[in-house]
Ligand binder design. Sequence first.
Ligand code: MRU
Length: 344
Amino acid sequence: MTLDQTRLPFEQVSIELDSLESCRHAIRAMQVRGAPLIGAVGAYGLAFGLRRDASDDALRQDFAELLASRPTAVNLRWALQRVADRVRPLPPGERSAAAWHEAGVICEQDVACNRAIGSHLAALLREQALRRGGDPTRALDVLTHCNAGRLATIAYGTALSPFYLLAEIGVPVHVWVDETRPRNQGASLTAWELGQAGVPHTVIADNAGGLLMMQGRVDAVIVGCDRVAANGDVANKVGTYLKALAAHAHGVPFYVACPSSTIDRDANDAAAIEIEARDGRELSHVSGRLPDGTTAQVQVIPDGSAAYNPAFDLTPAALVTALVTERGVIPATRGAIAALFAEH
Ligand code: MRU
């Protein structure tokens, strides 16, 4: 069972994922989304497929079908590959159980990874507070884009993880939440989960972040990522790049919360990353709650206007202050990324 994220924040509806098809549909329809969660659901999808048919042919076909469900987040390929590599040497009769086990390990590791990323980011934020000086009780203002929280992962989230850890030890933080058009993952999901956890936050229009940085009202930007190339270029939700440019212009640290599973060393740089193009209807229509409490979609662009909807964008490594991985904080450079993998 998992929450159907297309129904949040106004309805909490659980869906049961009990087959390869339901996993694939949930990823495609964005009932589940966020790079690590897509990977975990993909892994279970493959395990379900192997229950039905554990032959080499079925494994190949199921892998390809699941992989095609969303193109940008590399965690999907990473998780499918992990499961496939684990089961391929086994006789068909043992494959399904082994796949199920591996999917469980992926989930357990995700939780530990996110906690580690959160504690590295929390330390960076505390240093930032010391550097800032002034009133130590004033909350740090951190801006985030999209949703890289617990909804996007198994627990804690990546970019939102430090807020939960800092809340546990009573360090005051306030989060500027970009609404994140067109699907509004910030306004609908990040605001919802921060609210559930009692983390102070304010939703802002996507275009407000530059002004807030210029006014000195943002101490740091923290975003998640869907794929990081071997040179440190970052693919994340469309709009991330503009925030990175503004942060660079105003000397605001721009941190990318980056599980090592999101680093794609086969992608030489940003040019090798496929950007998902989504339906223009996500731009032409918005979902919301009507005064009578029901939810509905309304059209916001004129009939006949074209809409173009790239779901992700690419932030050059030079704009990234640091990649915060579960293994430590590294510069977004080819050398540092190579060294991160050489050590493990
Ligand atoms: O299209 P989405 O909602 O799946 O996009 C999600 C993001 O861009 C997140 O920032 C990214 O996946 C990191 S989630 C820890």
